[in-house]
Structure formats: C-alpha cells, structure tokens
Design a protein around this ligand. Structure first.
Ligand code: ZN
Length: 461
C-alpha cells in the first residue's frame, strides 16, 4: 500500500462529522434507499433474502472489479458498522474518496440482521453509558448469529440449518466469489484489534497507523480465543470454526459447547476469499494496554476469572431453572437468554484448565488481569440483563406464572449489584467519540480492500 493511499484514507476519516448515536433499522434502510434512488445510475439495489420476521435484507452494489462484501449488523449488538456501511455507500454513490479509487465491485449490506438490531435499539440513542447499554443489550444465541450459522461437518460437529440471514449471505458469497469479505463487528471495551487473513499482510502497517492517527490504543490484553497466535500486534488470523475445533481438541477441551456451526471465515476460505474484521471498543480504560507486570501470576488471574464466571453462571442458571418450564413466549430473546445462562454455568472450566498449563505459570500483565476481570463484568451486564428482560416480557404480556415472578425476584438483587459495580467502574472509562470508531473501521477496511484487490489481480495476471 502506498503512502499516498494512506494519506487519502487519513484525510477521509479526519473529515467525518461528530456522531452521537447509532441508527436503527428504519433509519439505516431509509438512508441507504435514498442514496440508491438518488444514484440509480451507479447503485444496484437487490433484495438478497428476508429475515426470520419477514424484513427485507438488501445489497447495494457499486463499481467494477473483484467483489468486496461489506456486511453490517452481523452481530446486531455491534452498531458502529451501520455508520461505516452508510459512509462507504455515500462515498461510492458520489464517486469520491479512496473507496471510489479502489477498482472493485462493492457489495454493501448495511444491516443483515434487522430483527436482532431492533432488539438493541433501546440503547442506540444513549450509547456512552455502560449500564443503560447493558439493560437494553441483545445478542443472538450462537446458532442465530449470522456469521456463525454456516453449515459445518468437522470432527463430529455437524450443523446444516443456516438461519435465513446466513443463507442470504452465503448465496451472495457464492454468486460473487469475492476477493474479500468484511464483517462489521465491534467489541466493547479496551483497544482496537483485528481478524485478518494472513494474505492481507500488506495492509497490516495501516492497521496500526490508522488507530494511532485517531488516538485509539491497540488491544494488547487477552485474545478472544486463547490458543491462536497473532500475525502482528493486535492482528489475529481470521477465525474459522474448523481451526477453533482443532485447537480445542488439541488442548483436550470438548469443542461442542464452544463451536456449534461454521463461520463466514470458513466459507470465505472455501471460496478463496480473504476475510477482515476490525474490532473496536466504545470505551477505553488505562489498564487495557498496560503491559507492565500486575504482581499476580497469570494462572491466578485465570483462576479468579473461573471462580467469578462460576458465580455468575450459578445465579443465572438458578433463575432459568425456576422460570423456564413456565415461559410461554417463544422469542429470539428468550432462546438467547436461556442458552447464554446455561453456557455461563460451565464457562469457568476453560480458564481453570488453562490456569493449570505450564505456560500460565508466569506473571500476568496489568492488561491481562484487567481484560479477564472485564470479561466477567461484560457477561454480568449482557446476559443478566437479557434474562431479566425475558422474564419481564412475560410479566408485560400477562403470561407470567408465579415461578417466573419468583425467578425475576431472585435475579434482580444480583443484577442491581452488577449494575452498581459497572456504574462505579465507569469513572475510569473514557467514551471514545463514535466518529473515530467509524474512522478506524472505514479506514482499515479500505486498506484491507486495497490489499485484497491487488492480490486478486496478481493471481489472475
Ligand atoms: Zn461481533
């Protein structure tokens, strides 16, 4: 990648206007449709599927060249990409900026999971407060996540019923044979990190330079998935389900609770496509990139995390076991809340296992201790809130039996304590301006796109 292109990317992201909220489904669709209608000569609008509740899933295609797929809302609780997709589409519609100079056929799907996105809209207008975020947070159950519902048949783990949103993405991938697939994810707290195919290495220096330019730290704490080595600082290989299953089995861990279906990266690899994900936090914390020694062993940090996860898991599981036989409303929210509660009840096993490995008998860094603690806080806020919301929905609908009310009454004091702890901890958090997050996601995606298109041309030539 040339310095000139990096300069153009930095100039483009410096020009982003301040943003204070995230758009909901209707706003995303309205904006994208207006752009398509206003630039019908450039943009091809195609409905590629419908959601489980019957909403259209739309692809907006622009340009000529190798295909690049940009997919927003892949996790509907991760809305930074809605802005990124719309900014990209605006540039492509108007033929301006570095995006328009990359010779590619861009396929932008701004919101692939409208049903899940609507369940998060409660916090989109006030995104800075971590407690209000937690209260209205929704993340689908694993097999209902668009990027993790691809067919899988690997070492005894089989899945063959992709959700309609995944089927739409798969058919778009199959039809376009893309050079690059970009899932617009984001994380929650800490620094910036990435998942990238190794063949995008030409873009890696830009992946460090772009957040540095906007004053965002890289995340140097715990990797999300232990056992996979980074390709560069904060750049991890794009995760395939098949790799994760192999790593877990090699560590003597049963992969079944952790990996249930294949991911976009599996299907991308089968099609010879590169994959790229930028993970961005809403909040930063001074400990998140502090690599100084923490004064405790890494093994102890993992044991503390395991104990804390067991505690949270026990609280949620007790509420589920009281309420579940009496729940009558079948919803995505309920399926997710129940599954995550059951998953958490066993989530301490993996860090406890890793605490016993020889490699864990060393001093931990401050960043590692912090990210292990924050992981627990994140689970308390997310999955405690989703379960409470599920129980309250039964009360609101007039379907709650006494056991459902009792489960909520048992859960609420714990939830209040978790909210209070998160609220107190919030004093040390810095809310990162949304336009900088969009800037990093847009800028790094352009760097990855440039690299993928260059490689595709080399391999054709
Ligand atoms: Zn995600």
């Amino acid at each position: 990648m040339t310095d000139a292109l990096l300069e153009q990317i930095l100039a483009r992201i410096d020009a982003l206007e301040p943003l204070h909220a995230f758009p909901g489904v209707d706003e995303i669709r309205g904006t994208a449709d207006r752009l398509a209608a206003g630039h019908a000569d450039r943009i091809t609008r195609t409905v590629i599927g419908t959601s489980r509740l019957g909403e259209e899933i739309v692809d907006y295609a622009v340009g000529e060249g190798p295909a690049i797929l940009v997919i927003g809302g892949v996790h509907p609780n991760e809305p930074i990409g809605f802005h990124t997709a719309l900014e990209l589409l605006r540039d492509l519609a108007e033929g301006r900026g570095p995006a328009a100079r990359i010779d590619a056929r861009w396929h932008v799907v701004p919101c692939i999971d409208p049903d899940g996105t609507r369940l998060n809209e409660g916090w989109f207008t006030a995104p800075g407060d971590r407690v209000s975020y937690g209260r209205d947070f929704y993340r689908p159950a694993p097999l209902e996540q668009v990027e993790w519902s691809f067919p899988l048949d690997h070492r005894g783990i089989v899945w063959d019923s992709p959700i309609p949103e995944t089927a739409a993405l798969m058919s778009l991938m199959d039809a376009t044979r893309p050079a690059l697939v970009v899932g617009l994810h984001n994380a929650e707290l800490g620094g910036v990190y990435y998942y990238a195919s190794p063949d995008l290495a030409e873009a890696f220096p830009a992946l460090h330079a772009i957040p540095a330019h906007l004053g965002l730290p890289l995340d140097l704490g715990e990797p999300e998935f232990a056992g996979i080595d980074p390709l560069a600082d904060a750049v991890f290989p794009a995760l395939t389900a098949r790799d994760m299953i192999d790593v877990l089995l090699s560590e003597g861990i049963d992969p079944a609770p952790h990996v249930t279906a294949a991911g976009t990266a599996d299907h991308a690899r089968d099609l010879g496509a590169s994959a790229f994900v930028a993970e961005l936090p809403y909040w930063s914390h001074p400990a998140a990139d502090d690599t100084t020694p923490a004064g405790i062993s890494y093994a102890d940090a993992l044991r503390r995390k395991a104990d804390a996860l067991d505690e949270v898991g026990a609280v949620l599981l007790a509420a589920v076991e009281t309420a579940e036989p009496h729940l009558v409303i079948d919803s995505q929210l309920r399926r997710a809340a129940v599954q995550f509660a059951r998953f958490l009840a066993g989530a301490g096993d993996e860090p406890r296992h890793r605490a016993g490995l020889p490699a864990s008998q060393r001093e931990a860094t401050v960043a590692e201790v912090f990210s292990n603690e924050d992981h627990v806080r994140m689970f308390q806020l997310r999955f405690g809130s989703m379960l409470a919301r599920t129980l309250r929905a039964e009360i609101a609908a007039g379907t709650a039996r006494p056991a459902v009310r009792a489960a909520l009454a048992e859960l609420e004091p714990h939830l209040d304590a978790w909210y209070a702890a998160a609220h107190a901890e919030q004093r040390d958090l810095r809310v990162i301006p949304i336009e900088r997050l969009v800037g990093v996601q847009l800028g790094t995606m352009l760097a990855a796109a440039h690299s993928a298109v260059a490689r595709r041309r080399e391999s054709v030539a």
